[in-house]
Design a protein around this ligand. Structure first.
Ligand code: SF4
Length: 268
């Protein structure tokens, strides 16, 4: 029988994972593109049930047309639906965005509030969205429990729960608040690139020695390397080198790379 890990040992291992992920992804950042709290709030609402890449493809045109809550509150739903259609569930999302913008204008003078209590009362905004906005647009520490974070927290043995609120509390107990926001980015980066839902690339995973779930995925190093995604994927070596060389510019390099990929796709 394997002895249960003590709370202290769990905390030490969790913090070691965080340190090693920080070395692996020194350029980790919010992968939704935004320039202010309003844009991040809208982008996060749009990111439900779709990828950040897809959201980033529609938001430039969306924010060019509706740059602030007042403009968005006055949008015609049909126009809005058309702009956000590629993100899926576009009718429900458009209705949420219209209600959200209207509330921001009516109750907050068109300014996104900077507290969890206020944010979660807005239409379409749950705890996850609120924490994303707080952590990345207001500098308030927050743990973002999205689908990747949930999966990895369980694989790491940081929680046994499937309930996002419980997971957030379990993980919060393992780390200092000052680490919460960057920890969230690193874990999500790892989930998107290496520790995938269906086939984690265990054989190419630098933190395998710290992970109780090693072996849930592909352990052959050559086969596992083929599963890596984004800047870790074969063919993206230049992007990875640029992101590592200048971490402050990493978001911009990623955006340029994704834009170029979209452009070449649209030419096919
Ligand atoms: S060893 Fe496997 S399950 Fe564990 S973090 Fe790495 S890829 Fe994920």
């Amino acid at each position: 029988m394997v002895a249960k890990e003590s709370t202290l040992a769990l905390k030490r291992r969790a913090r070691k994972i965080n340190r090693e992920l920080a070395q692996l992804y020194p350029y980790a950042h919010a992968e939704l593109d935004f320039r202010n709290p309003f844009e991040l709030l809208v982008a996060t609402v749009l990111s439900a049930q779709t990828t950040d890449v897809r959201v980033n493809a529609v938001t430039p045109a969306l924010f060019a047309r509706y740059p602030d809550p007042l403009a968005l509150a006055q949008a015609h739903s049909v126009d809005l639906e058309e702009l956000i259609r590629p993100t899926g569930f576009f009718r429900a999302k458009a209705a949420n965005l219209l209600a959200l913008a209207t509330r921001l204008v009516d109750e907050y003078d068109g300014v996104v509030p900077g507290s969890l209590e206020a944010l979660v009362t807005l239409p379409g905004v749950g705890r996850k969205t609120a924490n994303v906005v707080l952590g990345n647009a207001f500098g308030v520490p927050g743990i973002t429990v999205d689908t990747h974070f949930m999966r990895l927290a369980r694989r790491f043995g940081w929680t046994e729960s499937s309930d996002p609120v419980r997971i957030e509390a379990d993980v919060a107990a393992l780390f200092e608040p000052k680490d919460w926001t960057m920890l969230s980015h690193r874990v999500v980066f790892h989930g998107r690139r290496i520790c995938h839902a269906r086939k984690p690339a265990c054989g190419a995973c630098p933190i395998a020695h710290l992970c109780p779930a090693y072996g849930d995925g592909e352990v052959d190093p050559v086969k596992a390397a083929k599963l890596l995604k984004y800047e870790l994927a074969a063919g993206a070596e230049d992007l990875l080198a640029r992101m590592l060389a200048d971490v402050d510019m990493a978001a911009q390099y990623r955006q340029e790379f994704q834009r170029a990929a979209r452009d070449s796709e649209s030419k096919l």
